[in-house]
Design a protein around this ligand. Structure first.
Ligand SMILES: [Zn+2]
Length: 119
């Protein structure tokens, strides 16, 4: 795996009690990936944005407005992504912010937006 910022640098593994953590060797770079995780390498700001997007998304379907599956379908349509690529752990910062805006709007309005169901 290579760093998302320093594309020439390979992430270097470090064993931790949580598993192997791969991090960029460039000083000050915050890009990290965990072994066996469903996430792609990301810098600190992106990882924070993913955490925030996930908590908004979980709140959306846990509120009962949609099933989890339906919420994923709606998010995929909103982001114009195929369902199989709609994994918050793979999103970039922009996609995370769009996810947060989408979930916030739906959660606040508590009703379905008029989104095309086609995939
Ligand atoms: Zn880096």
């Amino acid at each position: 795996m290579r760093c998302t910022i320093h594309s020439a640098r390979e992430l270097e593994p470090t064993k931790t009690k949580y598993g192997t953590r791969y991090s960029c060797p460039v000083g000050g770079c915050t890009v990290v990936q965990w072994d066996g995780s469903t996430s792609t390498p990301a810098d600190f700001a992106t990882r924070q944005a993913r955490i925030e997007a996930h908590s908004w998304f979980d709140a959306l379907w846990q509120s009962g407005i949609f099933s989890r599956k339906r919420a994923y379908k709606k998010l995929a349509a909103h982001l114009d992504l195929p369902a199989r690529k709609t994994h918050i752990g793979h999103f970039n910062k922009d996609q995370c912010h769009r996810t947060i805006d989408f979930c916030r709007a739906l959660t606040e309005s508590r009703k379905e937006l008029n989104i095309d169901e086609e995939e």
